[in-house]
Design a protein around this ligand. Structure first.
Ligand code: DAK
Length: 264
């Protein structure tokens, strides 16, 4: 499958697994406006190719960095309105990651600072290695996280840890990130992409509509009162009974055979 070419990201797909690589290695994959725009455009391509991409892995180019944050060179001379526009652009692109029907895995191959931590936090799960380092260094630059860090990081690790990371602006190791639940899997550096592929393949064995509805239910439900959230879950659960995948999955179980899901 040939996807569009982008200046700042690479989009590829093999055997149903897509890989979106942030590709500005000279600046450790820092996110400038053009890159945020490319991420959004690439995600729209991902969404419109559900057969070619069933699971999306997001990673950074090179061996040192996932994403070293927003591009400070671009950001430093911005006025208030330009900063607002940049933040909104990032929220749009990162919101699109969360809203993708496809499952997303951040393969955090190095520094994930500021916007990098925020990008990883927008994915459905995060895999790292001893090379992974997370941080929200914004207050050290005289600003605050502007790409979702005060919100998504808080939801992942709790208010205390999020505020500690933000207010101290210090980096945390992969071990610490794993301990606090920011990393879901911790593997050897050379195993990072293998592990991402292994999890992707496991996800792909299942009904893709069910995976999409389940992640929607988890994400949306987290911000709703429990009674409203479980009601939403009931509706989504019922919706799966209008799919061929539900019929196939349950028939396959009863007939003691593997399911052949079609995503319909
Ligand atoms: N932006 C631009 N260039 C960067 C960069 C960044 N974030 N990070 C690294 N680079 C560039 C370096 O300038 C250097 O370029 P040259 O000197 O070679 O031209 C090259 O990448 C290699 O970096 P280093 O030489 O520094 O490499 P080291 O191994 O020595 O250090 C490092 C790696 C990741 C520890 C270090 O580069 C570093 O501390 N980088 C900056 C990390 C950071 O502070 N990131 C930004 C976080 S703030 C908003 C509000 C806030 C935000 C956004 C919006 N609004 C309200 C709109 C904040 C967002 C952030 O992400």
């Amino acid at each position: 499958m040939n996807f569009n070419k982008y200046d700042n990201v690479l989009l590829e797909a093999t055997d149903g697994i897509g890989t979106l690589t942030i590709n500005r290695p000279k600046v450790l994959n820092a996110l400038n406006s053009a890159t945020l725009q490319d991420i959004g455009d690439a995600l729209r391509e991902v969404e419109s190719h559900p057969d070619e991409i069933k699971v999306l892995i997001i990673t950074g180019s090179g061996t040192k960095s996932f994403v070293a944050g927003a591009d400070i060179t671009e950001m430093r001379s911005m006025n208030t309105m330009q900063a607002l526009a940049l933040s909104k652009l990032a929220h749009k692109s990162f919101g699109e990651i969360e809203d993708l029907p496809q499952f997303t895995i951040a393969a955090v191959n190095g520094y994930a600072l500021g916007g990098g931590c925020e990008l990883a936090s927008s994915c459905d799960m995060r895999i790292g290695s001893a090379k992974t380092k997370f941080g929200q260094p914004e207050v050290g630059l005289g600003t605050i996280p502007g790409f979702g860090g005060t919100q998504r990081l808080t939801r992942l690790v709790g208010r205390g840890k999020a505020k500690e990371m933000i207010a101290t602006s210090t980096m945390i190791s992969a071990d610490e990130a794993y301990r606090i639940g920011l990393l879901d899997e911790l593997v050897e550096p050379e195993e990072l992409m293998n592990k991402a592929h292994e999890i992707a393949k496991q996800v792909m064995k299942n009904g893709m509509i069910a995976v999409a509805l389940a992640k929607y239910s988890v994400d949306r439900g987290a911000d709703l009162p429990l009674d409203v959230a479980v009601d939403m879950e009931s509706q989504l659960f019922a919706e799966t009974f209008a799919t061929q995948d539900q019929t196939e999955g349950m028939n396959a179980f009863v007939e003691k055979r593997d399911s052949k899901f079609t995503g319909k």
